[in-house]
Design a protein around this ligand. Sequence first.
Ligand code: 4AD
Ligand code: MG
Length: 478
Amino acid sequence: MFNKRVKIKHLLESVETGNEVTVMGWVRTFRNNQFIALNDGSTNNNLQVVAELGLLDETTIKRITTGSSLKITGKVVPSLGKGQTIEVKASSIEVLGDSDADKYPLQPKKHSLEFLREIAHLRFRTNTFGSVFRIRHSLAFAVHKFFNDKGFVYLHTPIITSSDAEGAGEMFRVTTLPLGNPPTTEDGSIDFKEDFFGKSTNLTVSGQLEGELGAMAFSEIYTFGPTFRAENSNTTRHLAEFWMIEPEMAFCDIEDNMNLAEEFMKYLIQYAIENNREDVEFLNSRLAEEEKQKPQNERSEFGLIEKLEFVLNNNFERITYTQAIDILLESPAYKKKKFKYDVKWGIDLQSEHERYLVEKHFKKPVIVTGYPKEIKAFYMRQNEDGKTVAAMDILAPGIGEIVGGSQREERLEKLEERMREMQIPIEEMSWYLDTRRFGTVPHAGFGLGFERLVQFVTGMTNIRDVIAFARTPKNCEF
Ligand code: 4AD
Ligand code: MG
């Protein structure tokens, strides 16, 4: 019975009139006891439904409130109202679910993003979040299309793991041991042999190491899954649970890696512009409105669509870490002591430094290569200078780091040497080192933070607004 329904998006796109159709959705507004704006989530554009006087009895009219759900059958007719070419003249209206107008939190007015975050279970029903999540869906689909078209194998790497891929140590433990009195060994430490997996385990911070194993057989793989970091960073760019895309390519060096990352980002942006035009345009206007509220000197030079098109039509800037440091040292910001963190060769670039390079100096995405080995992971390929590694980070305007990647150290001895220096247990990582023992090849890969990409494409400034239910320090609602 429900499958005869037409989606509002399709109905509005067709110009045909005269047909009888059934539509279902939620009421956005109801005016003059006659005009219903109905939305089913397929588009931000509501379908205007006209209930002619006399069609509905008093009780039904009272039940048609903002947020209630309806099943409507009627004829598609040309619309006299402005803003739409067609509307539906209802012959029957059935209330599927009531919505108490006094209690329904979403009123037909502008709500703040902060308020909507508190009612994240309902915010999908707003125009802003409708657009954001349809775009997020499209981008996810485009990720698979991009790699599938190139012959990459989609590898599902594990969520629960006993390794710490990044060596960062900021992991969520997975355990079934009793919190109060866990079993202990003779020296008093927790006995993980008694734990579910017989060893200490955690949620994955990255699928890369397992991805490398796949690349050493399929040549090219990618992962796309949730990753977890227990970093206590309460910022607009960090989540404790985020989605990451990690391609890994055999027979590939840092140059190829950068080229692929740039092509990939442009492909995704292009895909959203082409396939989600309406939603991108909606967010473009939304952002323009927001900008108007800001003082003149804080407004951004570009609108959302302008920014996206600029990125598509220009090469990403490519510089070395050493050049980046020199630019920062020469900058007026540094000379006027505007940076909070000091600048000198060897530092981990802070977000203020990244933003300076991208937003002030180059005004476009920048790929930085050749970072000092001390601030990067053990698996990155060591450069001839003995000081730097073949790492590459892509920095994007308004976002900062959006991609992190590297060419991997394929030389067994060099890799073991670095692991010893960084006190990474070589024995436990024997499975990883096997790829270097048996037919090792030059290879490279990167990780793209999916939410940061969605932020970039939608112009949403807070990462909590581009994931359905954000997990951040002290917050795990829904
Ligand atoms: O730079 P990261 O830590 O790199 C890795 O995990 C590598 N194993 C990737 C690889 O080479 N296969 O993380 C990659 C990207 C970052 O550039 C950022 O976009 C995103 O993941 N990211 C986060 N996004 C949201 N919240 C967080 N807490 C994030 N941490 C990293
Ligand atoms: Mg990184």
